[in-house]
Design a protein around this ligand. Structure first.
Ligand code: UD1
Ligand code: UDP
Length: 356
């Protein structure tokens, strides 16, 4: 079996690593990097740390408007797929890279497998929501992380090829937990266990809306907790353009970190304040209370279990919940599976080879 895997953005490298490792034991994988993320700290570091093989093709698309970025990927991927003639194209998550990979394959009648299928925010203002819906509707194998995702697909009339496999990020956390323990980022930053809040901020709905961005930056500038913020380049760019700066001496702003340092920062944090999808899930898996700067989330189970709270871009709420939010994880039940999701995905690809 020959599988073309399409990745391009940070969370996809992390999700693809366990599947790629498993796939390459017996099958052929051709790895395509679209170049959506290109800074060494957003791309290269994950290939090195997670021992992902070098991409067979690098499309070097870089940052463009949505249409131009997706279109350039589509045309580059089409060429690759015509040359490689794979049995499957494997895509992850909800980025422009995901949609381009799925669409290029579907147009060529090559079966598409979507990992993290069935997630919805029901907010069509998000580029990711458009990417998810379209990708799911042209996929042949839909690997769902949760029961909610399976039910969502059913409500959209998608039944064929839908399988609840668990979340591949559980595999990633479990595989890397011990390695992350040995990192020295806490020591390097002079941070102490459970005495800081880990912050991430990059979602377009926050960074591209001047009012929301100002409100969040203002909250971070007023918070009294120690904080560590590995800053996404998108947020850095937008803040510069808007003339916003961080002025709080308790807030340590650092470059984006690799996955192992990130895990160490997450598992030792007192709380996590984020607008990331992946980080919300990791907070749950690592049992760290999560405060999410969004108005809705795809990971509704974490909110239902009261381990995650949505505060939007509301300064008062951000400050209040960072100071007061506590979670009793003894009552939480697992919703993302127990790992071994990568093996399950590879097995499904084998069983359903060429089902289009
Ligand atoms: C993308 C995904 C988002 C995902 C995020 C993960 C889409 C529509 N969005 O958002 O779903 O959560 O990745 O991090 O696919 N930039 C750099 N260096 C890089 C990468 C980006 O400086 O290596 C800058 C770009 O110049 C641009 C901004 O970051 O200003 C946005 O990059 P882009 O790839 O469009 O989207 P992300 O915000 O990273
Ligand atoms: N991450 C990382 N370094 C960072 C910030 C995040 O390794 O500086 C990891 C994080 O642990 C998670 C993934 O990147 O596994 C989430 O990616 P991101 O927040 O960029 O995107 P999203 O999940 O929101 O699509």
């Amino acid at each position: 079996m020959k599988v073309v895997t399409v990745v391009g953005a940070r969370p996809q490298f992390i999700k693809a690593a366990p599947v790629s490792r498993c796939l390459r034991r017996r099958e052929t994988e051709i790895l395509v990097h679209t170049g959506q993320h290109y800074d060494p700290a957003m791309s290269e570091i994950f290939f090195e740390e997670l021992k992902i093989p070098r991409p067979d093709y690098h499309l070097q698309v870089g940052f463009k408007t949505h249409g131009a970025q997706t279109g350039e990927m589509l045309s580059g991927l089409e060429e690759v797929l015509i040359r490689e003639q794979p049995d499957w194209v494997l895509v992850y998550g909800d980025t422009n890279t995901t949609l381009a990979g799925a669409l290029a394959a579907a147009k060529l009648q090559i079966p598409v497998a979507h990992v993290e299928a069935g997630l919805r925010s029901f907010n069509r203002q998000m580029p990711e929501e458009i990417n998810r819906v379209l990708t799911d509707h042209i996929s042949d194998l839909l690997c769902c992380p949760t029961k909610t995702a399976v039910e969502q697909l059913a409500s959209e009339g998608i039944f064929r090829g839908v399988v609840q496999v668990g979340d591949v990020m559980v595999d990633a956390v479990e595989f890397n937990r011990a390695l992350a323990n040995d990192r020295r980022i806490l020591e390097q930053l002079g941070a102490k266990r459970r005495e800081y809040v880990l912050v991430t901020l990059h979602r377009a709905e926050n960074t591209d809306d001047p009012d929301r961005l100002e409100e969040i930056v203002s909250a971070l500038n007023e918070l009294e907790s120690s904080m560590i913020l590995p800053l996404h380049p998108r947020t850095r760019n937008r803040m510069e353009r808007q003339g916003l700066t961080f002025t709080n001496s308790r807030l340590k702003v650092i470059e984006p970190v690799g996955y192992l340092d990130m895990l160490q920062l997450e598992m030792n944090a007192a709380k996590i304040l984020t607008d990331s999808g992946g980080v919300q899930k990791e907070a749950f898996l690592l049992q760290v209370p999560c405060i999410t700067m969004r108005d809705e989330t795809e990971w509704t189970e974490t909110v239902e279990q009261k381990t995650n709270i949505l505060v939007g871009a509301n300064k008062r709420k951000i400050i209040e919940y960072v100071e007061t939010f506590h979670v009793d994880f003894s009552k939480a039940y697992p919703v993302f599976g127990k790992g071994h999701t990568a093996e399950r995905i590879v097995e499904l690809l084998r069983k359903n080879g060429g089902c289009r």
